[in-house]
Design a binder for this molecule. Structure first.
Ligand code: XMP
Length: 517
């Protein structure tokens, strides 16, 4: 059986990064919330090691979260991280104090003694950079533990009980700001727990297929295809699992890029043989938002129409028991608030929100644990062409949110579509497409004066946007060589009737967002 690590979640924003690091080192892992782990589950799951995540709680709270006591009796290695360290210490008889020396961000750990976690990476006497985020800290160790690292704010920054193979750290090894963190985690899973590291994305695929079969049984699944990477990988994965029990519905709202609708239909219907309903709803959508300027109204109208169209098509094929969605892990963290407080809506991204309740369907979300680049790996594993999995993200409302501050018309959609196609073709030709997270053109609501040949022009301006990012949450503008920008601008102005000026957007996120609306 594959070696499995169990990650017990106490609500840290970065718990998934632990899973990701473990996966990257070739070991299978699952995350389970601390309050939903029975003894039977532990026996059945039979973890080779357990990792306790960080979290926002304090062990001094009433009803403070804790690890199931049995975790410490399983006879397997346990690693506590941040709050995971504090609850481990508290549960095993040590002491945690509320400290007024809080540490947030970059900190340094002095390595006091050797320890299995540090093998080959941290030497005794070294001072190593880590990332901390804590108020409380360990103040006295339980029996059998020794301190192996300390920092200014945490005298017990790293501790070890070698006999029991219990280890704990106050810092976060899972984030990239702890430069050797991945190696420390690998030392734990491989060196201490003896995991073999032979697990791959291919195994993840097999496992995901198994889970889908178990969840769905002989039920019917419907999947809204947008043409993007996430919904495509979801569809192909589910199709591998349950074949024709899956039907995909592709709602063409008329805000797609040039040639996109055809590519989606050809790939899924002809290449994969996946039952696909292609709804050309262009008129409905365009008529509904023609003339609309307000970004949120546009998003909401498109979202509502999408749901209505999808619902109608679902009825036509006789309904379904499950709705498949390409939800990724960053979507999950963005939509969960651990503080319980209301968070501000910057943009209403979730276009199909509310659909499962309305249609009385259960959700199938096989990508919920993955990050975008892992979804791309999974897509390749499933045989999707590189050109498809490497696609830039594209927003649900499509080109409708790239014509800001002006009434949307079919004519403007056509102009934008042409400019966007030239832009993307040029960056592909320049070999830069894969280095960029997302690139697109925006049609601006201003007309400017130009001169072409001997005549005066009075046409629209367009802006080009390109950003680098790892998850879309923060982004930097892409530093193109000026010659390339010049060539793209020239082609757009010469080839697209209606545009006579091109600008480049140098805004990072924050303070800007990636899309203009
Ligand atoms: P922003 O503009 O908020 O975008 O920085 C972050 C990422 O999300 C995409 N985006 C959307 N995706 N529906 C979507 O499915 C939307 O309404 C939407 N708005 C933005 C955006 O393209 C970028 O990748």
């Amino acid at each position: 059986m594959t070696d499995r690590v169990l990650i017990i979640d106490f609500g840290s924003q970065v718990t998934q990064l632990i899973a990701r690091r473990v996966r990257e080192s070739g070991v299978y892992s699952e995350i389970h919330p601390f309050n939903n782990i029975s003894d039977e589950f532990l026996d059945e799951y039979a973890p080779k090691a357990v990792i306790l995540s960080g979290g926002p709680a304090s062990v001094h709270w009433d009803k403070a979260p804790s690890a199931p006591a049995r975790v410490f009796d399983l006879g397997v290695p346990v690693l506590g991280i941040c709050y995971g360290q504090q609850t481990m210490v508290n549960q095993l008889g040590g002491k945690v104090a509320t400290s007024d020396h809080r540490e947030f961000g970059r900190a340094f750990v002095d390595v006091i003694e050797d320890c299995a976690l540090f093998t080959g990476t941290w030497a005794e006497g070294a001072r190593e950079q880590v990332w901390m985020s804590h108020g409380d800290r360990v103040d006295a160790l339980p029996d059998g533990f020794r301190v192996v690292g300390k920092s200014d704010g945490a005298p017990f920054a790293a501790i070890a009980n070698d006999d029991k193979k219990f280890y704990a750290v106050q810092f976060h090894p899972e984030v990239v700001h702890t430069p050797h963190g991945a190696q420390l985690l690998k030392n734990f899973t491989h060196g201490v727990a003896g995991c073999s590291g032979d697990w791959t994305m291919n195994a993840y695929k097999d496992d995901a297929i198994e889970k889908i079969r178990k969840q769905v049984g002989d039920g019917k699944v419907i999947c809204g295809l947008s043409g993007g990477v996430d919904s495509s990988v979801t569809a192909v994965l589910i199709h591998e699992a349950i074949g024709d029990q899956l039907t995909c519905v592709f709602v063409d709202h008329g805000f797609m890029r040039s040639g996109e609708a055809d590519q989606v239909v050809t790939l899924f219907r002809d290449h994969y043989n996946i039952p696909l309903v292609h709804v050309d709803a262009t008129d409905t959508f365009i008529n509904a938002i023609e003339g609309e300027i307000d970004p949120e109204t546009k998003r909401k109208t498109i979202g509502r129409l999408f749901i209505e169209t999808f619902e109608e098509e679902a009825k036509k094929i006789g309904g379904a028991d499950f709705l498949a969605q390409g939800t990724l892990y960053p979507d999950v963290i963005e939509s969960v608030s651990f503080t319980g407080g209301p968070s501000v809506t910057i943009k209403s991204h979730h276009n199909v929100g509310g659909l499962p309740e309305r249609m009385n369907m259960q959700l199938v979300e096989p990508l919920r644990e993955l990050f975008k680049d892992e979804v791309r790996d999974l897509g390749r594993e499933l045989g999707l062409p590189d050109s498809f999995v490497g696609r830039h993200p594209f927003p649900g409302p499509g080109l409708a949110i790239r014509i800001p501050g002006q009434p949307i018309t079919r004519e403007k959609l056509d102009i934008l579509r042409k400019a966007d196609a030239i832009y993307l073709e040029e960056i592909r030709n320049a070999g830069l497409y894969d280095a960029i997270w997302q690139a697109f053109a925006v049609l601006l609501p201003v007309r400017t004066v130009g001169v072409m040949g001997d005549g005066r022009t009075y046409d629209y301006a367009c802006a080009l946007r390109a950003v680098t990012s790892t998850d879309g949450m923060t982004a930097d503008f892409f530093p193109y060589p000026p010659e390339l920008l010049g060539r793209i601008a020239n082609r757009i102005i010469n080839e697209v009737n209606g545009i006579n000026r091109v600008t480049y957007d140098f805004t990072s996120k924050p303070p800007g967002t990636i899309e203009w609306e």
